[in-house]
Design a binder for this molecule. Structure first.
Ligand code: BGP
Length: 476
């Protein structure tokens, strides 16, 4: 049997700056929102934007301050990626490495140089960089001084940042993504958008206004990217995963549809270029009044994305029955209940490979644009066996089943241009800030408290993924 994966399919891996780099204040980088998130008990309320004037306590441990030290070890890591045969590597630029305060007049040359070095190293091995402009880190100065994305002025700062990096890397980077998991704004408003709510503030009003600002900023980035970079491909990025109705009763079906639309809302604007009809009704019923500036609607219309980037970890399930709703799944920010047909990861994330195929089909039916799977993977606890190896069969099983379903989606006629699995090397977990929740093919010796040599070693999955890529998806 010959493989159905296109010959130039972008097999790869994906990370985010704050989860790998460390060196959080090195060479002029400014403090970012995620640098204030400890692993302690304050992490969760803060991720939801619920702690005002939070002052980090120096005694706590801040994972992103050192992470896995990719900042100094990128050459070693990229050499390992090359050995695995990665065709692409998705990473993010930390805005505060380029503009430490976000509103600076001049960019920070040392920060620009760092990413030049990383891109050069990738290109040396023929690995295509895929770059996210904003992946859960915002210069803290913008939060303090302007209220982050609540404030329209931040759109201009973002546009300047985007133009700066497009101009600098135009000969090195063709694939870009604007905002990572933009729909997370509604679930983790501090993490995705740097929002901290004041007492008495109407959260929904604030979040949707911030969303409008990000959607405008995203369209401005698409526009600038197309003007500056020859052949640029600029995508959006959705935390995807379809919602099943628990029962076939129409109320459940309607609720599942509404829940999916909460997420599609963002992509409908970024890909179709206008606010969907259902948003109008939602805004009216919830007394949300968006301030839309003159020219915004045109801008959104004329600058839609080239492809749909998405992450897929699990599907979701919902119900209108209060008793069934009590079976809430743990560990997932999306409102979901336990699906009796499916297993879950150690963190309670539902495992549903078939849902991956269905989700890809949904996105294809809805947008008719190429899809790029920019995150997928299993967070698990790894242990060395007696042979001093990590035999992560569970990870291989998860990825194998998902890749098989991606193949089914290709057979369904869905256009998919690449697959970058999450965390090809162990990194800090975004939700918990811990190291013990690992995704990598490459193990990093570091624990939850920040101890360890930071040495890298190959897991069993390293060899498996290498063979998947070598055979272009045939040998899985
Ligand atoms: C996505 C984020 C990533 C990431 C991943 C896994 O939501 O885009 O940054 O970390 O989820 O989540 P976690 O690290 O919490 O397991």
């Amino acid at each position: 049997m010959t493989t159905i994966f296109p010959k130039d399919f972008l097999w790869g891996g994906a990370v985010a700056a704050n989860q790998v780099e460390g060196a959080y204040l090195k060479d002029g980088k400014g403090l970012t929102t995620v640098d204030l998130l400890s692993t302690g008990e304050k992490r969760f309320p803060m991720m939801f934007g619920e702690i005002e004037n939070y002052t980090p306590d120096k005694k706590e441990f801040y994972p992103s301050h050192e992470a896995i030290d990719f900042y100094h070890r990128y050459k070693e890591d990229i050499a390992l990626f090359a050995e695995m045969g990665l065709k692409s590597f998705r990473l993010s630029i930390s805005w505060a490495r380029i503009f430490p305060n976000g509103d600076d007049n001049q960019p920070n040359e040392a920060g620009l140089q760092f990413f030049d070095n990383v891109f050069d190293e990738l290109i040396k091995y023929g690995i295509e960089p895929v770059v996210t402009l904003a992946h859960f880190d915002i210069p803290v100065h913008l939060v303090k001084e302007y209220g982050s994305w609540k404030n329209r002025k931040v759109v201009d700062f973002f546009e300047k940042y985007a133009k700066t990096v497009f101009t600098r890397y135009k000969d090195k980077v063709k694939y870009w993504l604007t905002f990572n998991e933009i729909n997370m704004l509604l679930h983790l408003p501090y993490v995705e958008a740097g929002l901290i709510f004041k007492e008495g503030e109407d959260k929904q009003q604030v979040m949707y206004q911030a969303a409008h600002h990000q959607l405008v900023a995203s369209a401005l980035a698409v526009k600038a990217g197309h003007e500056i970079i020859p052949g640029a491909q600029i995508g959006c990025m959705l935390a995807a995963g379809m919602t099943y109705p628990y029962a076939c009763n129409p109320d459940d079906v309607q609720k599942a549809m509404d829940q999916d639309r909460e997420s599609f809302f963002f992509i409908d604007v970024q890909s179709r270029g206008k606010y969907p009809g259902y948003a109008k009704r939602f805004f009216e019923e919830n007394n949300i009044e968006l301030k839309i500036a003159a020219g915004d609607e045109e801008l959104l219309k004329e600058n839609t994305v080239d492809y749909i980037g998405f992450s897929y970890y699990s599907s979701r399930t919902t119900s209108t029955d209060p008793d069934i709703l009590k079976n809430h799944t743990a560990g997932n920010v999306f409102d979901s209940i336990t699906n009796p047909y499916l297993e879950a990861s150690e963190w309670g994330w539902t495992i549903d490979p078939k849902g991956f195929r269905i989700t890809a089909n949904q996105l294809n039916d809805r947008y008719q644009k190429p899809l790029f799977v920019v995150e997928n993977g299993l967070g698990a606890i790894d242990q060395f066996g007696q042979d001093k190896e990590i035999n992560d069969e569970y990870r291989i099983a998860y990825l194998r089943e998902h890749i098989k379903q991606m193949e089914e989606a290709l057979k369904d006629g869905v256009e998919i241009i690449g697959y970058t699995s999450w965390g090809p090397i162990d990194i800090v977990s975004a939700s918990t800030g811990e190291m013990k929740k690992r995704y990598g093919y490459i193990y990093v010796d570091r624990d939850n408290q920040g101890n360890g040599t930071l040495n890298r070693s190959k897991k069993k999955s390293f060899h498996w993924y290498k063979q998947v890529i070598e055979s272009n998806g045939e040998n899985i």
